[in-house]
Design a protein. Sequence first.
Length: 111
Amino acid sequence: MDIIDIEDFFLPLGPVSIRRMFGGKGIYFEGRIIAIELGGELLLKADADSGPRFAAAGATQWQYQGKSKPVKMPYWSVPDCALDDPEARRVWLVEAHEAALRGATDGRRRP
């Protein structure tokens, strides 16, 4: 996805900033990373609280193969219902933003 497509996708939430990162793009809202784009796929930030809601909506969690086992990352595919419906999309974008806010206050060190 190019920058304009990403900005358009996130319009229901508000203006985002985009930075290149590890072969993709990091997408930030109000200074917090809320999504990544890798290989043309958008992945929204989730956590232990919101992950089950993403799963229930049919989204899949991003994972990669580590040295000895798959490593699950805190990013999920965009639920199908949010692809063509800006109101539904806003709900999931808010979920991603709230996960980012919770992550910033959970006591773990952030890079």
